[in-house]
Design a protein around this ligand. Structure first.
Ligand code: FAD
Length: 467
C-alpha cells in the first residue's frame, strides 16, 4: 500500500525536510548544481530535488509521488554520459540517483550469472568476480567511474566489444519501475528464451526514457587463461586503418584493437608522459586472449599484417608495460582538455573496411576548417571517437565546430555507418537523429515511448528531436 504522501509545493519545503516518504532527498542548491550536468559539458536546469533511494520500493514511491505532483523523473548513474542524457531540462523534475543502490546481490557460479543493483560501478563488479575466475567483458574506458545501470541505458561498449560484444549481450533480466510506478521484470534466468516480444532488449539503450532499472541479472564468462598486448605504430594514418581492416578480415579475433592518432598520442604525452613513441602518425593497441599457444599463433599473424602495412610492432614485455599502454588509452579524454577548453565528442561507427576512408575524410575536414580533430577509439569495431576541439566562448569556432559535426555525420552515413556506436543520442545528438532513422521508424519509436510513458514524465527531451 502507498504510504501517505505529504505534498511539498516548492523547493523550500524540501530544504527543511531531507527525507520524503523516508527517502533521502535534497533541494540544497549545491546538490542541485552537481546533478544538473554530465560529461557532455552541457548544463541543464536546476531540478526541484535530487533523491537517493535505497531499494525498489523507494523508487516506486518516488515515481508515484512524481506522478501525483507532475514532476519529471531523471534517472542518473554516475553522470559520465557524453550526450546530456542524465541531466534535467526543467525545474519541475526529480533526479533519482543510484549512489545508494550499489550492491552485488548474488553470484551464481553454477549458472554463470550475477544479480546487481543499478548503481554498482562496472570496474568494481569486474574486480569482485575475478576472485571466482569469472569475467564480465563490457569495459567502457570509463569503467572505474560509470554504473551498470547507466551502461545498460546506453548499451555501453568498450575495447573488448570486438571479441565479446557490448552490454546488450550480457543482460539476462531487468527489474524496472515504469512511469506509473508499476514494477516489471523483463528477460529471465535462462540462457535462452523465446516467449513473446523481448521487453528486456527494448530497455537496453533506452536512455532512461522507458523505465528505471532497479535490479539486473548479468551473464558472465570464465576468465580467459592468458592475454597479451601488442603495440603497432604507423607513419601513415590511413595505413593503420588498413591494418585494422586486414586483421578483422583474417581468421583471428583479437580481444581489442584500439587506435590512437598522432594528436591523441601527443595529447597524452603532454598530460601524463608515459613514453609513447613519437614521430608516428598513429598507433594500434592490439590485445589477444585465450590459451598461450593460440595467442602465440595469432600474434605472428598480426605481426605479418602490420608489417605488410608498413607498421612497426612490439609485444608488451610485462604487466607494467601493458598497464602503461592501457593507461595511455584511458587518459586520452582528460588529456584533450589541455589542448582546448571545449571538446565536442562524437562516437561514430563505420563498416570496418571503411575505417581508412573515414580517417582520411576526418583529416581533410580538419585541414579545411583549421579546427583540430582528434580521432581515437575502438577501431576494431569501426567505432571512432571523433573529438572536435574548440573554445565555445569563441563564437566563430563554436559555429565551425557544429558545422563539422554535421559533416562528420553526413560522411559516416554515406559510408554506411551510424552516428553513435555506444554513447547514445541524449540531447546533443537529438537534432541529428533523423539523418539516420527514417520517419516511419521514428514514429514506431515514439509510439513505444508513448505506450510506456503516456504522461511523458520519464527523462523527457532525450533521444527525440524537440518538435
Ligand atoms: C572518460 C570517459 C570514457 C568513456 N568511455 C566510454 C566507452 O569506452 N564506451 C562507452 O560506451 N561509453 C564511454 N563513456 C560514456 C559513459 O561512461 C557511458 O555512456 C556510461 O554507460 C554512462 O554510465 P553512467 O553511470 O555515468 O550513466 P549516466 O551518465 O548517469 O546516465 C546515462 C543514461 O543512463 C540513464 N540511467 C542511468 N541509470 C539508470 C537506471 N538505473 N535506470 C534507467 N536509466 C538509467 C540516464 O537517465 C541516462 O539516460 C565514457 C565517458 C567518459 C567520461
Amino acid at each position: 500500500m502507498m504510504p501517505e504522501i505529504k505534498k511539498y509545493s516548492n523547493i523550500s519545503s524540501f530544504k527543511s525536510a531531507n527525507k520524503l516518504l523516508g527517502i533521502e532527498i535534497s533541494s540544497e542548491k549545491e546538490d542541485l548544481i552537481c546533478y544538473s550536468f554530465d560529461s557532455s559539458g552541457f548544463k541543464g536546469v536546476l531540478p526541484t530535488a535530487v533523491a537517493w533511494p535505497r531499494n525498489t520500493n523507494e523508487v516506486v514511491n518516488l515515481v508515484k509521488y512524481a506522478n501525483e505532483n507532475n514532476l519529471q523523473i531523471i534517472p542518473r548513474g554516475a553522470g559520465t554520459g557524453t550526450t546530456g542524457a542524465s541531466i534535467p531540462l526543467a525545474k519541475e523534475a526529480i533526479v533519482i540517483s543510484f549512489e545508494k543502490m550499489r550492491k552485488l546481490l548474488e553470484i551464481d557460479t553454477a549458472n554463470l550469472n550475477v544479480i546487481v543493483e543499478p548503481g554498482i560501478i562496472n570496474g568494481r563488479l569486474q574486480r569482485e568476480i575475478q576472485s571466482f575466475r569469472l569475467f564480465y567483458p563490457p569495459d567502457p574506458a570509463s569503467l572505474d567511474i560509470c554504473t551498470i545501470g547507466g551502461n545498460i541505458a546506453t548499451n555501453a561498449g568498450g575495447p573488448k566489444a570486438l571479441k565479446y560484444g557490448v552490454t546488450r549481450d550480457y543482460v539476462m533480466e531487468i527489474e524496472a519501475v515504469l512511469a506509473d510506478g508499476n514494477v516489471v521484470r523483463a528477460g529471465g534466468k535462462t540462457y535462452k528464451k523465446t516467449v513473446g516480444y523481448d521487453l528486456k532488449d527494448l530497455f537496453i539503450g533506452s536512455e532512461g526514457t522507458l523505465g528505471i532499472f532497479t535490479k539486473i541479472r548479468l551473464r558472465l564468462l570464465h576468465l580467459p587463461a592468458d592475454s597479451t598486448t601488442l603495440l603497432a605504430t604507423f607513419t601513415n594514418l590511413e595505413a593503420s586503418g588498413t591494418a585494422v581492416s586486414k586483421i578483422v578480415a583474417s581468421n583471428i579475433i583479437p580481444s581489442a584493437i584500439e587506435l590512437m592518432d598522432k594528436s591523441s598520442i601527443e595529447a597524452v604525452e603532454n598530460y601524463k608522459p608515459i613514453g609513447l613513441p613519437s614521430n608516428v602518425e598513429a598507433l594500434l593497441i592490439i590485445e589477444l586472449d585465450g590459451n598461450a599457444d593460440s595467442i602465440k599463433n595469432d600474434a605472428e599473424i598480426i605481426v605479418d599484417i602490420c608489417n605488410s602495412c608498413s607498421g612497426d610492432i612490439s609485444v608488451a614485455e610485462d604487466i607494467s608495460e601493458r598497464n602503461k599502454v592501457w593507461e595511455a588509452r584511458r587518459s586520452i579524454s582528460p588529456a584533450l582538455f589541455y589542448i582546448k577548453p571545449t571538446k565536442i565528442s562524437e562516437d561514430i561507427v563505420v563498416p570496418r573496411n571503411k575505417i581508412s576512408t573515414m580517417l582520411a575524410q576526418l583529416r581533410e575536414l580538419s585541414e579545411k576548417s583549421g579546427i583540430q580533430i582528434v580521432s581515437f577509439g575502438h577501431a576494431g569495431d569501426g567505432n571512432i571517437h571523433v573529438n572536435i576541439l574548440i573554445d565555445k566562448k569563441n563564437h566563430e569556432e563554436y559555429i565551425k565546430g557544429h558545422e563539422i559535426v554535421r559533416k562528420v555525420f553526413e560522411a559516416t552515413i554515406r559510408l554506411g555507418g551510424s552516428i553513435s556506436g555506444e554513447h547514445g543520442i541524449g540531447i546533443t545528438k537529438a537534432p541529428y537523429i533523423d539523418m539516420e532513422i527514417k520517419e516511419r521508424e521514428l514514429e514506431l519509436m515514439k509510439g513505444i515511448k508513448n505506450l510506456y510513458d503516456p504522461k511523458g514524465i520519464l527523462n523527457p527531451g532525450k533521444i527525440f528531436k524537440a518538435s
